[in-house]
Design a protein around this ligand. Structure first.
Ligand code: GLN
Length: 538
């Protein structure tokens, strides 16, 4: 039977619960166990798909097309396990499931309540689709004490009672601040947070103490005493210089050992930390670097392009280089600023995006990279804009646009169903925005002798998608005659998936999001190749 590890957070948010869970997953996996990681989010959105990146950072997409919390990206990158739809649940989804059932009369006239109906649904989710896993790690979003997370905490309390205490482990992550004025490390917030957790029925078995400096033994003893946790299970996590050090640091502090001790299980193998040591060394000590300009709407928000930033870093690791991300806000980017803003970059990247705002600046940057032979990677929206730029400036279709912009013009990029009915433009529906996109893994066939085929070293690839609009295939011939090749197509030849320029050093646009599949221990070939091209530029 699977053992369940629940990870809660206290004191403040953003303590790194996701990273701690992901590191623990790696360590347990490396010791020979089968692991699954899940996230339980207390907000009311059914999924984060409709949330602005300003609110919640990036929306991560799984192979099976779920729009999920960005923590699932951490999980995948650290554990190497591809997440599934069933690995992320929100309060919104739980309630909508329960309410749908209620409308169908499935509760047989009973009063539908948070306990037991909501909590039962949460418990079902925790156990769902578990297949021979040794460990299921469940991270509970939010901070203990929030009204929103109460049903989840109650559900995991009951869960432990249902499957037995020896099969469940509660880890609580807290902040142990350092007070400069008194030169002291403070344990009181942790004590209070554990008190809060106990008041809703949960006694943590392991406390992970996040701190900016090492916590002296006396202080750890104090936490052990007041929080009723064995001193060996008071584990510190001192800020690391790079996130890739986290698995090494948790192993040093014996988190994985203590987890196995708790369950009374012997490790199957020795932990292998060498890959993390190798990449940490590259990240921290490599002198050579390359500048990549990212032009987007959300560049000022740290987590808005999380997987992308990571994938570029992975490309750097592959090339033994540090990648400096030069973030350029597209909103106020005037075509006349382009030269100045891009003079120090060796590669230009336009990430995925939505809506018209900021597109003219991006199009001007694409034009600049096309004309000046600067390595360019356009992702999803970035590819669509590269198509529009080429149509306007090379094919002389001055009014080329995307129907997403809701402006008059010729929609070279539009909704799939806009052209399929007798080639006539018809309006797509945008009433229900949740889950109405092309989502998840789709296959692309790669053209012989193309750059992209060389990079992937494969005729066919599967990548994750998240978009509503498509490039109109009817323009293919016209583009190709003028030097832009449609080098990746959907298996039915109807949807352009990859474009590239014939007479350019490195210019690729992809309709999918390769960044979701890049991992530090397995950098994505497109990013490795893009960074290599940038390294050789100038
Ligand atoms: N807005 C574009 C579309 O919906 C691109 C989406 C994206 O970049 N992920 O097709």
């Amino acid at each position: 039977m699977a053992r369940y590890i629940f990870v809660t957070g206290g004191v403040v948010s953003s303590l790194g619960k996701g990273l701690s869970s992901a590191s623990l997953a790696y360590l347990l996996q490396s010791r020979g166990f089968k692991v699954r990681i899940r996230k339980l989010d207390p907000y009311l959105n059914v999924d984060p798909g409709t949330m602005s990146p300003f609110q919640h950072g990036e929306v991560f997409v799984t192979d099976d097309g779920a729009e999920t919390d960005l923590d699932l990206g951490h999980y995948e990158r650290f554990s190497g396990i591809s997440a599934k739809k069933t690995d992320n649940i929100t309060t919104g989804k739980i309630y909508s499931d329960v309410l749908k059932k209620e409308r169908k009369g499935k509760y047989l006239g009973k009063t539908v309540q948070v306990i037991p109906h909501i909590t039962n649904r949460i418990k079902e989710f925790i156990k769902k689709d578990v297949n021979k896993e040794d460990f299921v790690i469940c991270e509970i979003g939010g901070t203990v004490g929030d009204i929103e997370s109460l049903p989840f905490i109650e559900a995991i309390r009951q869960f432990s009672n249902d499957v037995g205490k020896k099969n469940t482990l509660f880890i609580h992550l807290t902040l142990v601040p350092y007070m400069k004025a008194s030169d002291e490390i403070k344990t009181k917030p942790t004590q209070h947070s554990v008190k809060e957790l106990r008041s809703i029925g949960i006694q943590p078995d392991i406390i992970i103490c996040r701190s900016e400096r090492s916590i002296p033994l006396d202080q750890r003893k104090k936490i052990s005493l007041f929080c009723n946790v064995d001193i060996k299970n008071v584990i510190q996590t001192v800020d690391v210089k790079t996130i890739y050090e986290a698995p090494i640091s948790f192993n040093n502090e014996k988190l994985d050992t203590q987890v196995l001790n708790y369950f009374n299980i012997k490790s199957k193998k020795n932990v292998n930390l060498n890959p993390w040591k190798k990449i940490t060394k590259i990240i921290l000590h490599t002198k050579k670097s390359v500048n990549i300009g990212i032009i987007g709407k959300y560049v000022n928000l740290k987590d808005a392009y999380k997987s992308l930033d990571e994938a570029l870093t992975h490309g750097g690791i592959y090339n033994n280089l540090k990648v400096n991300l030069i973030r350029i806000e597209s909103d106020n980017l005037r075509p006349s600023d382009i030269k100045n803003k891009l003079q120090d970059v060796s590669g230009i990247l336009i990430p995925g995006g939505f809506g018209k705002r900021g597109t003219e600046g991006k199009i001007a940057a694409i034009s600049y990279s096309r004309k000046h032979n600067i390595p360019f990677l356009g992702i999803c929206f970035g590819m669509q804009l590269a198509i529009i730029e080429f149509a306007r400036n090379k094919l002389n279709i001055k009014k080329a646009t995307s129907s997403e912009f809701k402006s008059k013009g010729i929609p070279i990029v539009g909704l799939i169903n806009e052209w399929n009915k007798n080639g006539k433009l018809i309006k797509g529906t945008d009433k229900d925005l949740g889950g109405t996109m092309r989502l998840g893994l789709y296959e692309s066939k790669l053209k012989e002798d193309s750059l992209v085929r060389k990079i992937y070293n494969s005729k066919s690839i599967k990548e994750r998608h998240r978009h509503r609009y498509e490039v109109n295939i009817n323009y293919k011939e016209k583009f190709e005659k003028n030097g832009m090749i449609f080098s990746g197509l959907s298996p039915d030849n109807k949807l352009p998936e990859v474009i590239e320029l014939k007479n350019h050093k490195w210019f690729i646009g992809v309709q999918f999001h390769p960044e979701f599949k890049s991992r530090p221990l397995a950098p994505h070939p497109l990013f490795s190749s893009f960074i290599k091209a940038a390294k050789n530029h100038k």
